[in-house]
Design a protein around this ligand. Structure first.
Ligand SMILES: C[S@@+](CC[C@H](N)C(=O)[O-])C[C@H]1O[C@@H](n2cnc3c(N)ncnc32)[C@H](O)[C@@H]1O
Length: 354
């Protein structure tokens, strides 16, 4: 495995093969946007606007941009764990093409998020609307993936209201904006740390392995380090690469105890029903009941239940009784304690987990 917690110099397409299949929890992509800026842009006072005119953002045509996008997105799919997820950011120049390619590669789009810029650059020529947002696409590897979503963590930080898909942040400026030796902006598309942190807090847990294939100044990796996640970054430009690793060295991770997400978002250890019998909480031959005790099933030594002539798992028997194809047996079955009180089997599971 490639070394963790640093930015590697080089083309990401050459570096991807160093990452094993199914090993990454979360990918964040801020790829070239293919902005196609041809003319110099000036402000009303005739000063020149520093746009993105670097070679790395230039492609011969849409076809070559799409081929490039397909290549790195296919690699992302290969290295992503089955239950991992991927975020990609773009503007109207590229995000629709990227969305199509994601779907062609059978990624499953979970949301698109609008990053609304509280301080966008004006439209200097006054020929179009002020472009005040970028779009992020969040997707999983397939529709059945159990991706990490820290719903409760986000809700708590949003005054107990469900988090929405429009996020308002200023563009990166002031002290956060890195400068080169000439005291000029070091990178034309440095993303705000606050936006990066929000993506990470939503879609990962402490200790996860995160990947940023187009690192630039490594804004995403910097947020990952701060939040106690592991990371791998790739950047092809020597100057950005140097700057990024220097930036990472200066990041002090948050104290362990402050990195917690809501308990309700923590991935739960799987406890098979048989564990409740093997650890002596339930006896084979005793009964389980539904909430109003109108149904009773017997526990067998192998962890299955019998109900009339049917035999099966806690889920299968609960589904049969409720006449549905699936049912969560953990929410259905109860046992009778020594005081003849009904207690949910979920309570025993919680005890074992803790
Ligand atoms: C949009 S910028 C990313 C900016 C970054 N998010 C930040 O906050 O600084 C894209 C970066 O990808 C790099 N890049 C372009 N093509 C690449 C490739 N094939 N492999 C690795 N890096 C590449 C560029 O040099 C540029 O720094």
């Amino acid at each position: 495995m490639i070394a963790l917690n640093k930015i590697h110099l080089g083309d990401c397409l050459k570096n991807f093969p160093k990452i094993p299949n199914n090993s990454i929890d979360l990918v964040f992509l801020d790829p070239p946007y293919n902005l196609q800026l041809n003319k110099e842009l000036t402000r009303p006072n005739h000063s020149i606007v520093k746009g993105v005119d670097q070679e790395w953002d230039k492609f011969d045509n849409f076809y070559s941009y799409d081929q490039f996008s397909k290549e790195y997105l296919s690699e992302c799919k290969r290295v992503l764990k089955d239950d991992g997820s991927l975020w990609i950011i773009g503007s109207y120049h590229n995000i629709f093409r990227i969305g199509k390619i994601l779907q062609d590669l059978n990624f499953w789009i979970l949301n698109d998020v609008i990053w609304e810029k509280s301080n966008p650059l004006p439209n200097f020529r006054a020929t179009r609307l002020t472009n005040a947002h970028e779009t992020l696409i969040w997707c999983s590897k397939n529709p059945k993936a159990k991706y990490q979503f820290n719903y409760h963590t986000l809700k708590t930080s949003n005054e107990d209201k469900q988090e929405r898909s429009v996020w308002n942040f200023p563009i990166c400026s002031g002290k956060e904006r890195l400068k080169n030796k000439e005291n000029q902006t070091a990178h034309p598309t440095q993303k705000p740390l606050a936006l990066m942190k929000k993506v990470i807090l939503q879609s990962s847990v402490k200790g996860d392995l995160l990947l940023e294939p187009f690192a630039g100044t490594a804004s995403f990796c910097a947020a990952a380090k701060y939040l106690g996640r592991n990371f791998i970054g790739f950047e092809q430009d020597k100057n950005y690469h140097k700057l990024a690793n220097k930036r990472l060295k200066s990041i002090e991770p948050l104290k362990e105890e402050l990195i917690e997400i809501s308990d309700m978002d923590k991935p739960q250890k799987k406890i098979p029903f048989g564990t409740l019998i093997n650890s002596g909480f339930l006896e084979p031959g005793s009964n389980l009941y539904n909430k109003n005790k109108s149904c009773k099933a017997k526990i067998l030594p192998d962890g299955s239940l019998t109900f009339g002539s049917d035999r099966g798992s806690i889920h299968k028997i609960a589904a049969k009784i409720n006449n549905t194809s699936t049912f969560n047996g953990w929410d259905y079955w109860h046992y009778e304690d020594s005081k003849k009180e009904l207690i949910s089997i979920n309570e025993i599971r919680k005890k074992i987990r803790n």
